[in-house]
Design a protein around this ligand. Structure first.
Ligand SMILES: O=C([C@H](O)CO)[C@H](O)[C@H](O)COP(=O)(O)O
Length: 184
């Protein structure tokens, strides 16, 4: 298949996945972010990279946000919100961090293909990214390898959440640019 046709097929896959995400689950996700004192975002590998992108936008809209694992990230507290993006829901480092946060009483939100996974069960709320017919090992309805369809869908979901938060907080792109790093 031509490379450009691959791109079109990927966009179709993203469309078919995005339209199955629950609006109600997405609104609950937004409500928790708005109520949290600070937001901590976590994820491993490519899912974690999408989390970095999300955390940057949360900073741009003026929220207190940290990425798990950065050396400047402080201890998490009860009034904070912990967000994981994890396709499998079973990534070991996240399970350990989720257990720790739960013992502190921190609210946990997990965006995943598998809400019944170990991290999903630790969560106070989940958002299911319903990658069609997927299993933990593979993505049988995708032309893409490994977890790519989940990871791209996660980024689209996170960016869609940002647009909703901009509406709630009455923030525009110009204000966000004013917070963007000036030491690049
Ligand atoms: O980077 C990843 C890998 O390339 C699969 O596509 C995953 O995002 C990473 O392994 C984390 O896995 P999940 O927690 O299951 O998303």
């Amino acid at each position: 298949m031509k490379i450009t046709e691959n791109s079109i097929q990927i966009v179709n896959e993203l469309y078919n996945t995005a339209k199955l995400i629950s609006e109600r689950e997405a609104e609950v996700f937004v409500d928790h972010i708005l109520q949290a004192k600070r937001v901590f975002v976590g994820g491993a590998g490519r899912s974690g990279l999408m989390g970095h992108s999300f955390a940057m936008r949360l900073m741009h809209i003026g929220l207190s946000v940290y990425v798990i694992g950065e050396v400047v990230t402080p201890s998490i507290k009860k009034d904070d919100l912990l967000i994981f993006g994890t396709g499998s829901g079973e990534t070991k480092s996240l399970v350990g961090m989720g257990e720790k946060a739960k013992s502190i009483g921190t609210s946990i939100g997990v965006v995943t293909k598998f809400p019944k996974s170990t991290t999903g069960q630790l969560a106070d709320f989940t958002v299911k990214i319903p990658v069609p017919n997927s299993t933990i090992e593979d993505e049988i309805n995708s032309i893409q390898p490994m977890g790519s369809l989940f990871e791209q869908s996660l980024l689209l979901f996170y960016d869609s959440i940002i647009i909703r938060l901009m509406e709630h907080l009455e923030i525009d792109s110009t204000q966000m640019f004013s917070r963007h790093a000036n030491l690049e």
